[in-house]
Design a protein around this ligand. Sequence first.
Ligand SMILES: [Zn+2]
Length: 674
Amino acid sequence: MLGFGLQILLQPSELWNMAREITPPAMVYFEPGEAKDCPIRPELTIGRKYYGDQLYQLQHNPTAFGEKLAHDAIASARTNGIQYWVGPTESPVASPEDCARLVACEKARAEILNANGLKAVVFYLSVGWPLEDVATHKLLTGQFDTFLRYLPTQNLIGLNEYFYPTGPLHPDSYDPYRPSRIWRFKHWTGIDRHKIFITECGMDIGGNQKTDGWKKQCPVGMSLEQWFDTYVEWMSEYLALISQDDRVIGAAWFCGGPGHGWQDYDVLPNWRQARHLLEGPVPEVPPIVIPPSGKTIRVKLKSSDIVALPVEEYLRGVVPAEAYPNWDMDALKAQAVWGRSVALARIEKPRSDSHDIDNRDQIYNSAKVNSRTDQAVRETRGVYVVQDREVMYASYVSDCGRPDCPMCEGPPGYITTNNPTGEWPGRACQWGAWYLSEHGADWRYISLFYYEDDVTLSDEINQEPGTNPGETEHEMFDYRYWIDKFIASPGYNDATDKGVIVTHIANADARVIGVHVLSPRENTFDSHVLLAVVDAAGTPVANSVVDWKWEGMHGDEVAHPVHLDKIDPEPPGNLWMSWGMTVTVEVAGMPSDNVSGLHTRHVPTEPGNNKEGHFSYFVVWQIGGDPVPVPVPPIPVPPVPVPAPGNLEEIIGAVEDVQDGIDDVYDLLLAMRG
Ligand SMILES: [Zn+2]
């Protein structure tokens, strides 16, 4: 199947903006006159025009109407380039006469479109048509089949496939007047030559949007969030079903537009879930079996049965039930770490005498086991969140609503009856994890991001007291020690072999006096640039701010300045670097030396905390100290051109060039003298 896209009516900018975030492989839209401004270029775009008098035209002038539709489409295609065009919108075909008139219209339309190099999507039939003989389950398609026998196969067949809240695969998915089930066209043997495009599906809209929209169908006792998840799950089921039919090349989820009430269905707040539907199914890869090991957990299933599983095996069913398997691997790994922490904490503190954990803690669903989530479990094997030297019950929620969450940016997050504000302090955020991973954060960082500063990951510290890296004074990173060392020997840089470069600026007020790459023992900071701005005596200067940037920054990306306001024994400031970043730093608000080439992608040379992706640095500037000796750059000597003999003007020009060059060098030397 080509894929799944959106049908957007008219030009609601919010819908466009949402759709811009995805790459829908297929899409239909109304009013193609505006389509030339459409910011999205899907693989298949289908043009559609709406005619208020289409019923009258179909009944009185079906052939002339088909010709008019074709000519209007051709005129539009000249400006917007759309190749495929639908005809009358869901025209009723309740009798053989209706069928004959629609066929006459479509025949005329397709012939003209084809003659002009364009293609027709014919029929655009609503759910329930063609009519079905309920007794024999035969579709009454006689006129359609005759027409299709002669229609060139470059044209497509358009069918709508809405479904109702009993789910797309339920046999009673439709009311008695629309007697066929979803995927009813599998009974339509006459459509074996043409490809089918599902022009509309889902349940956003029906004859009466206010009652048929998905929001109105929310079952009692289910939150809209849960309902949307169910709805998306059904849509996935439906897509899986139509994918089995190689006649179907794609489908468009109906989203609506201004005047069509799409706003009433809360598409916008649920857009993030919907994206995963639109971006297509996760590729199937055979699952990898994780050998059981470690602790066993007693899990109470939805059926109330209790099963005992190795924790790692249990997690294989938790991660895909709690996160989308097509998420970035770092988000899935963070989910695995949280899930493992919750599981281990529950073993310490069981739910009841008979079981440790159930779906109130986190969802377990072995049917969802998936190779990508298996990978996340495997590659974080055994790692959990530690607080006060004990496993932490790492609470998380789909949308945390926390102001410090880069995804939620404040309430409301996940709303429940008990938490109507939707703010969840102390909980990690699953969508936040997704967001952080999309922005390059690694799973270790994500795993700890939402919790207190004193948490750590179990494999990063030795649990035996007295043996943790940094617990003896000479091994602990001591920023004051390093500041003293830099003041004693300004220009110190032990990170040159890491490609870190200090650039001294003439007349800088803030001079770099030292750069240090943290040793494997010192680096309990993971992947940070630790920062300090000090005065002549080595005391940190209050209210200092450091500006930074990374290589390849886009114009719309912002590096927020780092305020150096941390309190002893922490160094005054720190800046986290993600895997891909190569960072440059300088002091804000004054002429400043800068340090560039800071990144974490180094291969460790000894055991400890320095691993690929985990290196930290300490950079110190001094204001008002003795100037750092600046190496004198080689003085450029301007080349003296040899003019052709006899050309006096050229000789004078050349001498002037040399004079200018000497002046430049003279200015440079004066500037260096200060
Ligand atoms: Zn959040």
